[in-house]
Design a protein around this ligand. Structure first.
Ligand SMILES: Cc1cc2nc3c(=O)[nH]c(=O)nc-3n(C[C@H](O)[C@H](O)[C@H](O)COP(=O)(O)O)c2cc1C
Length: 328
């Protein structure tokens, strides 16, 4: 059975989303946290909240992510994750936003291979008893930058390398290149994870087929041995996607399942925020994606876009579920 993971989304897939998602849907094997930053000291304050506490996270299926450009901070993060019981952590080498990348963080790390490779070596020299994976793009300025890292990916003991095959400068425009991802399969001897633009089962099957073809074409070992795909906006849009991919039959009515999920997420977010209407913002972020599985996305979006009060939000959601149908 394929391993499916949920991509991290800052501001959307926080601990509340992950736990409520898991309560309502199945099919996801692994969850990555949105990135943590500012781990300036041991027992850092940003690592004391619910977002990472083992009391609220299943340490076996959650992988904490860090955005950093120093080995010292990454090692400190790794040690704290390990002490909380996590078995793997992840470094963000993909964030494309200029204010991040221009400081040689996120995808910016890919444009400075010498410095980044030294940093990765320094991390591996100092960590022990916890697996280390990275999530990257093909490069920041161009799609050849990743080739400067291939030797490092092969020599250092990364647990997996997640690749979103776009470049940083593209942000989310254009298409993720399945071909450029599969071209890397024979070159890298670590488990590779594909991430990008998987919005339905058809696209998932296509990516998988292309990966399998690339594996069979090349007999060099070891290669991507099992198919691992990370779902992002596709799953935010259609929370049934992992179940559909894995053909997990759930006879229950999809509309009422989605309705229950949306209400549960809202109630839990509200509880976390002490009743503050600010949480409407994060619900809207999710609706920007979810609207697309309704038969009239623009009108669904219109209903939530304008609301600022909790009562209005609740009324809009009820209207959406009364007036529109799902197309998945
Ligand atoms: C609003 C937003 C927030 C994101 N936050 C993170 C993050 O914290 N860490 C990360 O590695 N990627 C982050 N990403 C990138 C996604 O995890 C994912 O790699 C990207 O959406 C491509 O996959 P998809 O086409 O399946 O959505 C974010 C993307 C968006 C749009």
């Amino acid at each position: 059975m394929e391993t499916l993971s949920l991509a991290p989304f800052q501001g959307i897939t926080d601990v509340v989303y992950r736990n409520i998602f898991k309560k309502h849907f199945s099919g996801i094997d692994k969850y990555y946290t949105p990135f943590f930053t500012g781990i300036q000291k041991d027992n850092s304050k940003s690592l004391r909240g619910e977002e990472i506490s083992p009391d609220f996270n299943d340490v076996k299926t959650v992988v904490p992510q860090i955005l950093s450009n120093t080995a010292e901070e990454i090692v400190r993060f790794a040690n704290q994750c390990k002490s909380m019981g996590y078995w793997e952590f992840n470094l963000n080498m993909g964030c494309p936003f200029p204010r991040v990348a221009n400081k040689t963080r996120g995808c910016g790390l890919m444009a400075d291979p010498n410095r980044t490779i030294k940093m990765l070596n320094d991390v591996f020299e100092q960590i022990d008893g916890i697996k280390f994976s990275i999530k990257c793009r093909l490069g920041y300025y161009n799609d050849e930058e990743i080739y400067a890292f291939v030797d490092t990916f092969n020599t250092l003991p990364f647990s997996e390398i997640i690749i979103h095959p776009r470049i940083g400068k593209q942000m989310y425009t254009g298409e993720a290149s399945v071909e450029k991802f599969t071209a890397l399969i024979p070159l890298i001897n670590k488990p590779l994870v594909y991430n990008g633009d998987v919005f339905d089962v058809k696209k998932y099957d296509f990516v998988l087929m292309r990966c399998r073809e690339a594996i069979h074409r090349n007999s060099s070992e070891p290669i991507m041995t099992k198919s691992e795909i990370m779902l992002g906006r596709g799953l935010l849009t259609n929370p049934f996607l992992a179940e559909q991919i894995k053909k997990i039959d759930n006879q229950q009515d999809k509309k009422s399942r989605l309705h229950n999920f949306v209400v549960d997420l809202y109630v839990e977010r509200l509880r976390h925020a002490g009743g503050s209407p600010k949480i409407i913002g994060s619900m809207k972020e999710l609706w920007k994606y979810m609207m697309n599985i309704f038969d009239d996305p623009q009108n669904v979006w219109r209903k939530v876009k304008k609301v600022n009060h909790l009562d209005d939000y609740e009324t809009s959601v009820e209207e959406i579920f009364n007036d529109y149908n799902l197309i998945v």
